[in-house]
Design a protein around this ligand. Structure first.
Ligand code: C2E
Ligand code: MG
Ligand code: MG
Length: 551
């Protein structure tokens, strides 16, 4: 070979290597053909042999017709990973019986580079394959599912499809029963079998463990759900190697306004969670309304800790008045959450916080705030009134509740008579016992308790008979609306409840007093304390303090 030929050869090999990063087999063939021309060999074959020497792949990379008449081919062997061999067979130039020595040394070099290029190409192919496939089941994966969703969204055909997140039921138990290897087989067979049911443009992708996602035509939904309800899967050759598999699913019938695969995945996952947590439902449909509610829930849950630190939850005071002289006799502390300058009423967030023990943090936050305020009033020479603080039933399981409350009052040196703890009625026996203990415990420390919203629950009578509450807060529903268009019987009942409470030595206060008619009725019934919009709505602290100073 001439010097320029060597140089060309080297350049060519470089090109070949650079190209190996692509999976364009036409270009690679082209490169082999060029090399053949330069090194004048007449053919190249490539084989892969497994550990036992069995042929896995045989590829004719390049072959000239007249090859058959030629001298012996040169063979190159390279060991790859796991004992696999790559074998290259190169046939000599058509018109020569012997290999030219110089040419052989270049050929050695060329084959080595070619092998390197092939290895890289395999890696690229593997990487591409595993980008979209799950190594265990060989089915497509989440990345594939997501790209398909986005592709159909772009093509504006997404509304023809239904998406599902599927979870095989009881797979943990099945693992214990038939072993994890068999379970893996069950999962693979189940997915194989679903895949066989699906059309070209439909997708089943493994998402994790025993979960997968489906993207199917809407009119295919029923038949797929049938399969998910119950299917027999064979995992071995023995007659008994069969299990019945069923699945839970979160389903989203897609609409044209879906914006991205994120929305789809989020929707089917949240619907699947509903199905998994429900005793009756095996399939749950995604409902945008409930999704909005859960979004709101998530927002408040996440923002809560920060709100406490930043004091975004404000304490408002609703005055309580005497119906004898309309004097200010106390107040109820009520939470208001300020989000972006807007006041959020407690009904929007208390039920959410009540699902966990976060509500307990809030109640103590309010209690601390009230204690600090009362201490401030005392220091400024303003005579405090009794302030009631709402305590959720979530506290009933806290064995230290009484101590915790007392400690808080003592920390701010608040005389115990200025705090009242409002607790709601309860219908659960275990809670009833706890409630009784707490009310007794508080009373021992001179802290009074009241039954909030009395009349809303069912255990009312035994509650006030057995638990030493000081105050009964009659629920606003007893009074009916402003014009007293309430049930006659309900008002009769209220009169009796008040009279009974008075007989038991309890004080009564009516909530939701909105009109003079209400006041009249309360006076007739011998209830002389009231709280309601007729007098004041819950007001910010500064406003209340002004009122207190004037009083
Ligand atoms: P609640 O303890 O029964 O508080 C009385 C509720 O009735 C307050 O609603 C008050 O604004 C409302 N109200 C007062 N007067 C009238 C009236 O004349 N007419 C009508 N229609 N309503 C009146 P708010 O402030 O929205 O509180 C609702 C509930 O949220 C409270 O009911 C209480 O159960 C709970 N809550 C508020 N703050 C807290 C807190 O810090 N901790 C706990 N655990 N619960 C709280
Ligand atoms: Mg209350
Ligand atoms: Mg109430």
């Amino acid at each position: 070979m001439k010097t320029e030929q060597y140089r060309d050869m080297l350049l060519h090999c470089e090109k070949l290597l650079a190209q190996a990063h692509t999976v364009d087999s036409e270009k690679n063939k082209e490169a082999v053909r060029e090399a053949a021309k330069m090194l004048s060999f007449s053919g190249l074959e490539m084989k892969r042999l497994d550990v036992s020497g069995k042929l896995m792949i045989q590829k004719i990379c390049f072959m000239k017709q007249e090859r058959e008449s030629q001298a012996e081919a040169k063979e190159y062997r390279f060991e790859e990973e796991n004992g696999i061999f790559a074998v290259y067979k190169v046939y000599p130039p058509a018109d020569q019986k012997e290999w030219d020595e110089e040419c052989v040394s270049w050929l050695d070099f060329f084959v080595m580079l070619l092998h390197e290029a092939n290895m890289r190409q395999n890696l690229v192919q593997d990487a591409n394959y595993y980008r979209y496939h799950d190594p265990q089941t060989k089915h497509t994966n989440m990345a594939y599912f997501s790209e398909c969703c986005d592709h159909y969204i772009k093509k504006q055909v997404i509304d023809q499809y239904t998406a599902m997140a599927v979870n095989l039921s009881d797979f943990t138990n099945l693992n214990l029963l038939i072993g994890s290897k068999n379970c893996d087989t069950v999962l693979i067979r189940f997915m194989d079998w679903l895949k066989a049911e699906l059309g070209e443009d439909e997708v089943v992708s493994r998402t994790s463990g025993d979960q997968f996602a489906l993207l199917i035509h809407k009119d295919h939904e029923e038949s797929i759900l049938d399969k998910l309800r119950s299917s027999e899967i064979r995992y071995g050759k023995q007659p008994n190697d069969v299990v019945t598999v069923s699945a839970e699913a979160g389903i989203y019938r897609l609409t044209a306004d879906v914006e991205s695969y994120h929305n789809i995945i989020q929707a089917i996952s949240s619907a699947l969670n509903i199905a998994k947590n429900s005793v009756q439902l095996e399939f749950a449909y995604y409902d945008p309304m409930s999704a909005e509610a859960s979004e709101k829930k998530k927002f408040y849950e996440e923002a809560f800790e920060k709100a406490l630190v930043n004091e975004d939850i404000h304490v408002f005071f609703q005055p309580k008045v005497s119906l004898k002289d309309y004097d200010l006799i106390g107040a109820e502390a009520l939470s208001r959450w300020i989000v972006d300058g807007e006041v959020v009423p407690p009904d929007s967030f208390i039920p959410i916080l009540e699902e966990t023990t976060r509500i307990c943090e809030l109640d103590f936050y309010v209690l601390e705030h009230v204690c600090k305020s009362i201490q401030g009033w005392i220091q400024h020479g303003v005579k405090p009134v009794k302030v009631s603080v709402n305590f959720s039933r979530r506290h009933l399981s806290n064995k230290n509740l009484v101590n915790d409350i007392v400690q808080m009052l003592d920390k701010y040196e608040v005389p115990h008579q200025y705090i009242e703890i409002e607790l709601t009625e309860t219908t659960i026996d275990a809670d009833f016992a706890a409630l009784k203990q707490i009310v007794y415990g508080l009373r021992e420390h001179g802290i009074e308790s009241s039954v909030d919203d009395f009349g809303m629950g069912y255990s009312s009578l035994s509650l006030i008979r057995d638990v030493p509450f000081k105050v009964l807060k009659i629920d606003k529903s007893f009074l009916g609306d402003k014009n007293m268009e309430s049930d006659e019987r309900q008002r009769a009942m209220m009169k009796h409840v008040i009279s009974m409470a008075n007989d038991l030595g309890m004080e009564c206060i009516a909530e939701g007093v909105e009109s003079m008619e209400h006041v009249q009725l309360l006076k007739e019934s011998k209830c002389y304390m009231a709280q309601g919009f007729l007098f004041n709505r819950p007001i910010p602290q500064e406003e209340f303090e002004e009122m207190l100073t004037q009083a």
